[in-house]
Design a binder for this molecule. Structure first.
Ligand code: S3P
Length: 440
């Protein structure tokens, strides 16, 4: 991809209505479960960003039939649990950790060998943590340098059901284990100490799997999946991605006079940590017309600009806002006082070292910030200086967070490369411009 430098400048208030693209997590899961079902799954509102498109290509290479039938409308004819064919070429997941790790799980339960690869960002991310449970189930890692991509996985011929306790709260780890467990006879159990997004569990149930969830200790869950189900295709309506809506949402909070409605945003409680935090900061956000769509609660979010105050964000909130820290840090830069954001260790292994990249983003634009252990401390002010050129490190969320900072700062904010925004939020530039932002 060619780098696309972008510049954000202050402009008048943001106004109007917008609907951000479909949820990335749900779109990727719909493609993978569709590929494992017998028959045709119809997906509406699918994210047509690079991360989902790379997953679609991988499912096709594994023997499923994937077709686009209209705008954001996709159909996928699956091969059944355990029925993947051996791909002729390496599977290229581009920038997508979710697509890659969930597909590793799905392949681990099939008697085939496949090579997994991705771009420079994905090649730098840890895969050992996902290979551990998959090897216990019976898959073998044939080639990999130090648990990183490219890697070759031989799926299990006789998968074994396991009990797995993820060492870090991670929906990807949980999901990969459950997807591999689909092929095993008997019960696969995942015990997570802190609940993470539950889209895989919900969708497996939607497709007819026997899956039970019980609370575990204070904040955790115990998930039991009965193996070797026949998955029956079900229509899937993908709600708008709350992680993508976070960018126009925070932009509307910090550009004076703004009043914006973001439509049909998914309100799954395991994804709404940012809304909780912004509420504590005094943000004016109303959830209108709460309703069910495609098995998830959604709402139209009305967001109005107003003063924000600093808060302390507890580490326990991380799983419900894991992708929202760069944009929360931008909101904190505009808040009165010192915001302390705790427990950000996992940010170091996202699409970039997001803890370092977020701190650099703020610092380069005149905001006082400090990394203290795994915490980020941000000293806010009414209007940050801006004027920086932000290095985005192949990270879509760093790119969008930096541009949002620039919509309200004294001086313009530039980013070196906006091309990765297309991984999760195609149409970001156009959507922001339609609301009134100055982005060139
Ligand atoms: C995701 C889980 C999270 C998140 C990612 C999407 C998912 O990753 O950061 O963007 O769809 O399961 P981890 O499982 O590594 O926390």
């Amino acid at each position: 991809m060619h780098p696309i430098p972008l510049t954000a400048r202050r402009n008048g208030p943001l106004t109007g209505r917008a609907r951000v693209p479909g949820d990335k997590s749900v779109s990727i899961r719909a493609l993978i479960l569709g590929a494992l079902a017998v028959g045709e799954t119809r997906i509406g509102g699918m994210l047509e960003g690079e991360d989902a498109l790379n997953t679609a290509k991988a499912m096709q290479a594994l023997g499923a039939h994937v077709a686009r039938s209209g705008e954001q409308q996709w159909t996928i004819r699956g091969v059944g649990v355990g029925g993947f064919a051996e791909p002729k070429q390496p599977l290229d997941f581009g920038n997508s950790g979710t697509g890659c790790r969930l597909a590793l799980g799905a392949v681990a339960g099939c008697p085939i060998t496949a090579t997994f690869d991705g771009d420079a960002s994905l090649r730098g991310r840890p895969m050992r943590r996902i290979l551990d449970p998959l090897e216990r189930i019976g898959a073998r890692t044939l080639a990999s340098s130090d648990g990183r991509l490219p890697l070759t996985l031989a799926g299990a011929r006789d998968p074994i059901p396991i009990v797995f306790r993820p060492p870090v709260p991670s929906a990807q780890l949980k999901s990969a284990t459950l997807l591999a467990g689909l092929s095993a006879p008997g019960e696969t159990t995942v015990i997570e100490a802190q609940a993470t997004r539950d889209h895989t569990e919900k969708m497996l149930r939607h497709f007819g799997a026997d899956l039970r969830v019980e609370p575990f200790e204070e904040n955790g869950r115990c998930i039991r999946l009965a193996g070797q189900p026949e998955l029956a295709p079900q229509p899937i309506a993908v709600p708008a991605d709350p992680s993508s809506s976070a960018f126009p949402l925070v932009a509307a909070l910090l550009v004076p006079g703004s009043d914006v409605i973001l439509e049909s945003v998914m309100m799954n409680p395991l994804r709404t940590g940012l809304l909780t935090t912004l509420g504590e900061m005094g943000a004016r956000i109303e959830a209108l017309d709460r309703r069910m769509e495609g098995g998830e609660e959604v709402a139209d979010l009305r967001v109005r600009a107003g003063a924000l105050r600093a808060v302390e964000v507890p580490a326990s909130r991380a799983p419900s806002m894991i992708d929202e820290y760069p944009i929360l840090a931008v909101a904190a830069a505009y808040a009165e006082g010192v915001t302390a954001i705790r427990g950000l260790k996992e940010l170091r292994v996202k699409e970039s070292d997001r803890l370092a990249a977020t701190a650099a983003l703020l610092r380069g634009n005149g905001i006082k910030v400090e990394i203290a252990g795994d915490d980020l401390i941000v000293e806010g002010r009414d209007r940050p200086a801006g004027g920086g050129l932000v290095a985005t490190h192949m990270d879509h969320r760093i790119a969008m967070a930096a541009l949002v900072l620039g919509f309200g700062s004294e001086r313009e904010v530039r980013i070196d490369d906006g091309s990765f925004i297309a991984t999760s939020f195609p149409g970001f530039v156009e959507l922001m411009r339609a609301l009134g932002a100055d982005l060139s």
